[in-house]
Ligand binder design. Structure first.
Ligand code: TYD
Length: 211
């Protein structure tokens, strides 16, 4: 059953913690549904066994090297694409997939502590990892992150902001490397929820060919 004309679109959201990805994904999902477009919301790491290993590592319960973690994210991503209810089958059946984080996060987070080229190549050259039709990066200004940090955690503010800054810069370096080969839109997440939603919708409508 070949339904190339009806293939769903694959939209990825990236952004730092507190960038409002969750809120914007819900709003976009609702807007697409209202247009009669079938949508699947998904996220990485997934709920797979490998996703569990990843979460244990991120939480500090299990120690792994950055290379092991990068490889686990790759494994989880292949599962995410090829499992029965995975990205590939959903797109093939005409469903538009919205994913919270994807390989751009591996480049930004694992690329710092490993060899960035290695992480990029194994993800971008893997035939079972589908290239998104659109990646939306919700860009939060550091001051706004700062405001969102609970004052009770003031001892950690600088460290947190410094880390976020480092990762934000890494995302931009990676986007520069990917220019021309990936469809990436950087959207300022500094405005109100509605303003950001408007910007998201106009990018997505363009990719979907909706007026
Ligand atoms: P989580 O709390 O599940 O979601 P979020 O921060 O997006 O609300 O955290 C996912 C964490 O995993 C986040 O800190 C980024 C990290 N991550 C990587 O390091 N590499 C990856 O490839 C992906 C997909 C996520």
């Amino acid at each position: 059953m070949s339904m190339n004309n009806c293939r769903g679109k694959f939209i990825v959201f990236e952004g730092l913690d507190g960038s409002g990805k969750g809120t914007q994904i819900s709003l976009l999902s609702k807007a697409l549904s209202e247009k009669g477009i079938r949508v699947l919301e998904t996220a990485e790491p997934t709920q797979s066994a490998t996703g569990g290993l990843i979460r244990d590592t991120l939480a500090g319960y299990q120690k792994r090297t950055a290379y092991e973690l990068a490889a686990l994210f790759l494994t989880d991503r292949i599962f995410h694409n090829t499992s029965v209810n995975g990205i590939k089958n959903m797109l093939d059946s005409g469903i538009t997939v919205i994913c919270d984080r994807y390989y751009y996060s591996s480049f930004a987070y694992q690329g710092i502590d490993t060899d960035l080229k290695w992480v990029m190549n194994m993800n971008l050259n893997c035939p079972e990892i589908i290239k998104p039709d659109l990646c939306i990066f919700l860009d939060v200004p550091t001051e706004q992150c700062d405001e969102r940090i609970d004052s009770r955690q003031s001892r950690e503010i600088f460290e947190n902001v410094a880390t976020l800054n480092r990762i934000r810069k890494r995302f931009f370096d990676v986007f520069a490397l990917l220019e021309g080969s990936e469809n990436i839109r950087i959207i300022s997440a500094a405005g109100s929820i509605d303003e950001v939603h408007e910007a998201v919708v106009s990018s997505v409508w363009e990719v979907l060919g909706i007026q």
